[in-house]
Ligand binder design. Sequence first.
Ligand code: SF4
Length: 341
Amino acid sequence: MADKIEQPYLYRQHELVEPDWTRFSGWAGVTSQQWADVQWQRAHCVKNIKQLKELMGDLLTDAFYADLERDQAERATMSMLVTPQMMNTMVSEMTWADGVMPKAGADYTAAFYADPVRRYMLPVLSDRREQWSSHPYATRDSLHEHDMWATEGLTHRYPTKVLAELLPTCPQYCGHCTRMDLVGNSTPQVIKLKLAGKPMDRQEAMLDYIRNTPTVRDVVVSGGDVANMPWKNLEAFLDKVIEIPNIRDIRLATKALMGLPQHWLAPDTVAGVERVATKARQSGVGLAIHTHVNHAQSVTPLVADAAKAMLAAGVRDVRNQGVLMRGSTPAPRTSSTSALR
Ligand code: SF4
């Protein structure tokens, strides 16, 4: 009899928890109403070391900040931008050993260093391998998306699919971003490419290309992150894509479903998604959302609510495309629910 083959992954269902943001001295007085408000979230993102210190109080040691500062000066390809929602999932109740928050100072800093979300949202110099400060094949445009632009911002690589990069910004910036060539603010290491065309002209050129290329049936509408595009502009673009007869699938790319679920829960956005999903369904077009969750601890009740709101609004699927990263991706046998709970 053949050797028994064990299942490589152990999937467990966990109760979702919204970590208590008042554990951070900088957010001790923040109410649930403020937390649920997308404008409050956007206005209180952590964008620099000074803001991180103000938020964390005495939790982290000076050595951590020095490590972070050196990475920003010498290695970082993305500038710092972390939403409160994402900050709140680092070293949270979900991760505390024995249910007790690590003590401020050395204990908390050690837990922060080890945190899988911190590792890719707030990378520090000591995270980098000395022999490979970055992946050996990493380049400004590692996936050669720019090299394959059919029109500015529209990548046509596979025969039936195109990628439309509508904007170069996101509500959060990930240290590993493979679109670092274009997305986000410049850093000392990477002066970002600037889109030359006006947004409307670029969009019209993309639409013309898709209309004139009948083999294309699937459009990934991305950026950046579509959550940073004013909804009326995004809806106008999507309406035009749906009307192109050769289009059967549209995928909206938004890490913000996890990083800023408050955006996708805002009533105006939900109503807008409902209009687009209805039109897509009536036209025989599948509308899906692709999000980007790299670790299960990022999935909180608010994230689940946002996913459910999108499905209820008529989106056919909410799918996840996580990135595998040393130190952020759970080992299969130790931490089983890899990304989505
Ligand atoms: S959300 Fe996506 S596009 Fe934006 S920084 Fe992160 S990986 Fe890059």
